[in-house]
Design a protein around this ligand. Sequence first.
Ligand SMILES: [Zn+2]
Length: 172
Amino acid sequence: MGDVKEAIVLVDLIGGFFEPGCPLYCGDEVKSIVPNVVSLLISKPEATRIFVCDSHRVDDPEFKMFPPHCVEGTSESRILPQFERLPGLIIKKRTFDVFYGNELSEIMQELSPDRVYVVGVCTDICVLYAVAGLRVRGYDVIVPKNCVGSFDKDSHEWAMNHFVKVLGARVE
Ligand SMILES: [Zn+2]
């Protein structure tokens, strides 16, 4: 067990998705994943933590579809206080594809973990593209059920199935 190199990719655990009143607040139910993520991190102190966070510019194309959110430098783009003091890498993203336009791919290559846990929000959007991107690159991926969520329950369920049936990830 000790030889297994693990990484945890933490997707969008930032104010804009978890603070009531923000335009893309995911809701009180989704907020309940936070203590579960904390427990996962405590149970895996050796795992490399990689926070992938929405950090938009004011004119990002995404704002044609979604209300402006998580603009770089605002409190919406800040990591939740439960995680902000934890050592970990912080990768910024400007689209729902967590690998697009940043160094995540190279970082994963360098780490070359045996197993990658993916947690955070939203299951059917950025978490989906994280799982897909990791699987495409050949990593063994685990999605802990109680550590992911979406404001859209049906899409959440769809994505959880898709992880297993199409992407070959494990849901635990
Ligand atoms: Zn965004």
